[in-house]
Design a protein around this ligand. Sequence first.
Ligand code: DUC
Ligand code: ZN
Ligand code: ZN
Length: 548
Amino acid sequence: MLYDLVIKNGTMVTSGDQGRLDIGIKDGVIAALAPSIDPELATEVIDAQGGYVTPGGVDAHVHLAQEFNSGPSGGAGMCADDFESGSRSAICGGTTTLIAFAMQNRGDSSLLQVVEDYHAEAMKTGSYCDWAYHVIISRPDMQMLKAELPVLVDQWGITSVKLFMTYAALQLSDYQLLDVMYEARKLSITTMIHAENGDLITWLTGRRLLLTHLTVEKLEEKGMIDPGYHAESRPPIVETEATSRAIVLAEMIQNPILFVHVGSATAAKVIRDTQSRGYPVYAETCPQYLHLTWEDLASSPTALKRFHSPQCFENSKMICSPPPGPGKSDQEALWTGLRNGTFTIYSSDHCPFRYNDVRGKAVGVLEHAASMADVTCPIDNEHVQEIVHGKTGHFKYVPNGCPGVETRLPLLFNYGVERGRITVERFVELTSTAPAKMYGLYPKKGALLPGLSDADLVIWYPPGRLDEFSLTNEHLHHDTDYTPYEGMRFGNWPRYTISKGKVVWKEGALLGSPAAGKYLKRAASQFTKAAVESIASDPARVATWLYQ
Ligand code: DUC
Ligand code: ZN
Ligand code: ZN
């Protein structure tokens, strides 16, 4: 047979084009695109019945099998998903490539060891789809950077690093940010920035001083500590200041950067203005910033549309950093940014912590001494519901992050494409093609080029074919016990997901296997590599002498 699989009668969409083309697949790769392919030439045929056929999603920002120390106190959460459950959830939502984070903790003196250990974790379970790694650097010792970053690039194909400007356990000083950016530039490594001013957050949250007359009445002193107040400890200016500062640092040493999980309209504006004057800065936003606002977590009794009591700990389900913007106008600004190119990519930032888990959101109560004062039952998962019930906890101990790897594509398809906010081509660009180019996976991923691209595809339902439904967590395939998007309406969902030519998800049935995914070594970013050459370099304004 000429083809293993042929998809007929679909509207094939790429980031630049769409058309009625049949797709022929052989040996896991796109083999042909043609107005009509003879079904007799194929072992298997799928009739797309007029539905869109898009490249499989590339989710460049997921946290799997990771202990995430996002609290100030050492209280760490454990991600609910490992590579098996996270990738299972991914394919059921149309994503066929994942990039997860190998995270260096301050105690880890070798980045290579961090990656080796993390890879062993991934190999233990396997993955339903192909995957790759970024590395998070929290201890940027120059000797290590010089010795290990080139090995990560050459041997592991890890061509991106994430740096934090907040969290006591992860925050880098400006000096350290410069150190890493300088080495990253030389190696064409993409620098991803978590932009929040950590000191500002800590100050607003408040620390009790021994000299009580010096205490400033901040959130803690005012008793504003239940999870609904997380957002008040991080108003938009927290992200905006850090974004501006990171741009100054990057520009001084002429290193292109990418801001991950941009949540505020004001940070997006800083990024847009910088792009407008020609400096290569890239940005990612995520579903939580398009669909949640402070009203989903605020402590006002009139707010809280999704969960029950304004004081209840259930608000912790929505805690992520940066938090979603205060109101609908913030969301609208981000939708505009998706349309006008401010955002290069759209990722999930799937960072799942179970609600009913002593290593999950419940840490926010368990680590808060006052909440725990009257607890007599054992601290285990069986009793955790009983422990958190009626307690406020403290937002600063709650692990930061929301699940979303499975809902990422359906949310943007339903609320972006089908509501006319973005074109279907732009959907493909944001969810697949641009992340593949950004992170050195193109055209193997993110494209439908015959002979060059893996046959990773999503076939959507034709209009009117799927009955609209309200999402519940039971629809999803992660190992998390809630979804922030509970109750939202969906009229479309991936009907088929195809990974390397194999149908892995078909009309609600999971068909894939965790043995199918392979680790991907990546090349340098197609965007940032070229951008370095284009940066204007006036020696009176930036440190051009660094590279002479
Ligand atoms: N940053 C992330 O990228 N994910 C979740 C939490 C965080 O701070
Ligand atoms: Zn982050
Ligand atoms: Zn993240």
